[in-house]
Ligand binder design. Sequence first.
Ligand code: PEP
Ligand code: MG
Length: 579
Amino acid sequence: MKELRGLSAAPGVAVGKAFLYLDDEAPEIPRYGIRTPDVENEWDRFQNAVRIAESEVVELRDRASREMGDEHAKIFEAHLLMLSDVELRDQIRARLVELEQNIEWILWDLTRELSQKLAAAGDPYLRERSIDIHDISRRVLNHLLLIKKVSLADLDQDVILVTHNLLPSDALVMNKEHVKGIVMDIGGKTSHTAILARAFEIPAVLGLTDATMEIREGSLVVVDGGAGKVIVEPNGAVLDRYRRLTETLRKASSALLAEKDLPAMTMDGKRLTLKANIEIPEEADHALAYGAEGIGLYRSEFLFLTPGRTADEEEQYDSYRRVVVSMAGWPVTIRTLDVGGDKLIPDIQGAEEKNPLLGWRAIRFCLARRELFGTQLRALLRASVDGDLRIMFPMISGLEELEDALSALEDAKVECRERGQAFREDLKVGIMIEVPSAAMTADILARRSDFFSIGTNDLVQYSIATDRGNERVAYLAQPFHPAVLRFVKATIDAAHAKGISAAMCGELAGDPNASAVLLGLGLDEFSMSAVSIPLVKRVIRGVNSAECEALARDALAQNSYRDVETLVRTWMAERFPTA
Ligand code: PEP
Ligand code: MG
């Protein structure tokens, strides 16, 4: 038995067999010379690997077309065409004969070259093909190296997924029914993989550094998401303890769910609003099931994360409309495309950047790609007819950026009018406060915003200068840092001075330990993973506003995040002794 410690990324307990998933960073491609008589042998190996890859892709294509429609199957059609491309095969054979190196190296080297050339092309179609080349080359290489790399969408047995780095796009397509737990070498608590794990209610421990070295394929593993622990090959006593814990958690969550329709009101009658964050339209039902009074953040970029394709206006319109209709009149705040950072979308963003977190992200990217932004804005405007849709701009850093975004929205409105497409004229437009410069100028930004939503994941990252996805600096990512509390307070005060509402949609909003302080700071609206709503609501219903205001004042007077944390935890333990 072995215990590994990491970061608690999504609560809950899972027990199951480890499935090691090799991402693109692994494995190393071997390179060695071969003798002339072995050339044909290498060629045969290549042909075999291609045949297996082809049959896999045919299956994937058929499945995509059955389950998601022909549009989604197109990408696999493109892969099939490439796998049978005679010119490409001829090039591979010619290099093999000329260089007399092992076929893995020849294939990898040639396709890398091709893929880089295509990625640098101006034409978006060619840039997309660069991803396809990379994908098929990876698939064939995996067979040549005899590595079992099953697509995560094809999992057909329950597993604990053990991986170095699960990209948000992988998490999106994986078969969620069979992924019972997630264990990852890298990643922080507010990385998007952690956020998705919480949304899908899959217990997850991240930032374990070398879990992929410590855990063998097929070993029995316990994932204790709440404690950030992974136990490999547990003994009988540990297994029993976790079985009991699972049962206790199940009972506690059904007791909480029974309270889902009670209002989020403090004991002295202050009414708060609790909403859900979602990444895909299907989560809207989930949000309602947990008692959400609307969607406070729909991360629209997840629509664009499927490699090899870009959602067009109709597809976007359908998705936005679907959420608005499912939410049956409750407000739905949709954030415009927030690409970049750990949500790189090479299909639309082109080459990777040296410092993506400070680079061409979110609104900066959209303002530079007006056509793409205009398409999204039109789709949003059109979907606003069916309910209370609100638009939110991410990563606003100052007034000029906000004004540019608002003027792009005005342009989109003009286009809709010209096309005879109806939209809601009184649609609300707000911004995320997640950059320190925005928090410090919130009074100015409030003049041009209908609402604020504080994104603590990025606000913490940028104010403390700590990469939210890097487990080595995760200890610094403290939302109770006095600087963060001051930014939050300044934002809320500026909103209220202008009579607009202050929401929070960063992960802090879903932390029940933070609820009383946030309430005391004056936050009006909390938006979080749906599953967190009942617990936060229970805290709100158990406090009164005056004591929360006093707690917030005390918190603001502390010198360090440790002092704030001690203050808040002690307070919570006294007020909620059984929690
Ligand atoms: C945030 O930064 O707090 C936020 C909610 O946005 P995201 O996590 O998608 O960056
Ligand atoms: Mg953010």
